[in-house]
Write a protein that binds this ligand. Structure first.
Ligand SMILES: Cc1cc2nc3c(=O)[nH]c(=O)nc-3n(C[C@H](O)[C@H](O)[C@H](O)COP(=O)(O)OP(=O)(O)OC[C@H]3O[C@@H](n4cnc5c(N)ncnc54)[C@H](O)[C@@H]3O)c2cc1C
Length: 391
């Protein structure tokens, strides 16, 4: 029997999945006095060599738990968003408030930082194969024969969540008809790269292209979205073909072609989301992150919403008595389902907008401005405050 390391007489919480969502939740729950164990299928930490943009609505929560310096150390703070058409013409937009800018981070550095905060609570090589209701609480069973009893179980096990199945849900991911090629380019390979700041996006017919510096500017993260009729592997590690990618962006602005030419290798990722689930919580089991609400990445909010989930849940579980758990998990579900469903829909819409056939900078700017003000509600949100208001 493996179980949460009791650091207090608080609730024992078991999290399935040590991705960004599961680890952020572990940090938030421990900060509020709960005993947490995280169980991860992989034998060791596993993250993709790629960049991620952590939006302010999520970064603020991590910073509040004392991670401010650690984040600043690994982040390349966004200095705004620069938009261009596929030919490189600037698309103007209103400047964002500095408080609402994102943090650009190498995914491996982010995962290391989160893991460092919850050392000793993560058990690798534990693939969860069953979640059984033991009233009160639940029992997790793992492929290696271990079992764990907990007061609360959180499925943070990604888009193909087994915990989702264990609470009676059978929803399947839906392809956006888009594949993302991603890769990292050492900045020293391109003479102009040292000057690159913030998030840069080129928008054109059916395609969009993003790059931003990570690892203190030593690397440039590249993500290229192209249409695909193939059902792409939904994996961070499926190799892509740089020559095929170059063909997709023929005739685009020179920096786009230069970055693709400088890519040593590229990986491709089929882009999926899933319509909102009817519920996330059953008795003392709930879901979080991509297990609950996978979303297309065009708003850079997938991990951001996963982080919000964990912090909201921690507020609602703090001081909860064991017999109050099902009601607290329902409150969490209702709060988070509403917000994440809106963010999911807005993310799909953003993708359609970025890849519109219209390459006219003035029209792009006008539509961008309208769309940005319509989406402004996403960024200043305080997930902990919203959860506290329910108590
Ligand atoms: C191209 C692209 C770019 C993106 N860019 C951004 C961005 O800039 N900003 C942003 O906020 N989001 C972004 N996202 C989304 C973001 O990556 C995801 O939303 C986020 O990583 C989800 O985290 P998670 O912890 O919920 O799930 P995952 O990262 O999928 O983690 C799930 C974990 O559970 C483990 N697991 C699975 N099954 C089991 C089991 N049975 N037992 C034990 N462990 C198990 C897995 O091994 C894994 O470690 C992007 C996504 C894509 C595709």
């Amino acid at each position: 029997m493996v179980g949460p390391l009791a650091i207090s007489d608080g609730l024992n919480v078991a999290i399935v999945g040590a991705g960004i969502g599961g680890l952020a939740a572990a940090i938030a729950l421990r900060a509020r006095g709960m005993n947490v164990s995280v169980f991860e299928d992989a034998e060791s930490p596993r993250e993709a060599g790629a960049g991620i943009s952590i939006p302010p609505n999520a970064a603020t929560l991590l910073k509040r738990t004392g991670l401010s310096d650690a984040i600043d150390k690994i982040t390349t703070r966004s200095q705004g968003l620069t938009l261009r058409t596929s030919r490189g013409e600037p698309v103007s937009r209103p400047p964002a408030s500095p408080a609402l800018q994102s943090y650009q981070i190498h995914r491996v550095e982010l995962l290391d930082m989160l893991l460092g905060e919850v050392k000793g609570t993560v058990r690798f090589g534990h693939r969860c194969i069953a979640v059984d209701d033991t009233k009160p609480g639940a029992r997790l069973t793992f492929a290696n024969g271990a079992v764990c009893d907990a007061d609360v179980v959180i499925g943070a096990d990604g888009i193909h969540s087994m915990v989702q199945g264990a609470i009676g849900l059978t929803a399947r991911p839906t392809s956006e008809g888009i594949v993302a090629y991603r890769g990292l380019v050492p900045s020293q390979k391109l003479s102009w790269a040292a000057e690159l700041r913030g998030l840069n996006m080129w928008m054109g017919a059916a395609r969009s292209f993003i790059c931003f510096p990570v690892s203190q500017g030593r690397l440039i993260n590249v993500v290229a979205f192209v249409p695909s009729t193939r059902d792409m592997e939904e994996s961070w590690f499926a190799p892509g073909d740089v020559k095929v990618l170059a063909g997709e962006y023929e005739g685009w602005d020179a920096p786009v072609r230069g970055l693709i030419a400088a890519l040593g290798q590229t990986f491709r990722w089929g882009i999926y989301d899933r319509p909102p689930l009817p519920y996330w919580s059953k008795e003392c089991v709930t879901l979080l992150g991509d297990a609950a609400h996978p979303m297309v990445p065009h708003f850079g909010q997938g991990a951001g919403q996963a982080i919000e989930d964990g912090f909201a849940l921690a507020v609602l579980l703090e001081h909860a008595k064991r017999d109050e758990i099902p009601a607290r998990l329902k409150a969490y579900q209702n709060l988070r389902l509403k917000r994440t469903s809106r963010v999911q829909a807005a993310s799909r819409q953003a993708g359609r907008f970025y890849r519109s056939a219209d390459d006219n900078p003035a029209e792009q700017a006008e539509r961008m401005q309208g769309w940005m003000s319509a989406a402004a509600w996403i960024f200043p949100y305080d997930a902990e405050g919203a959860a506290a208001a329910l108590l």
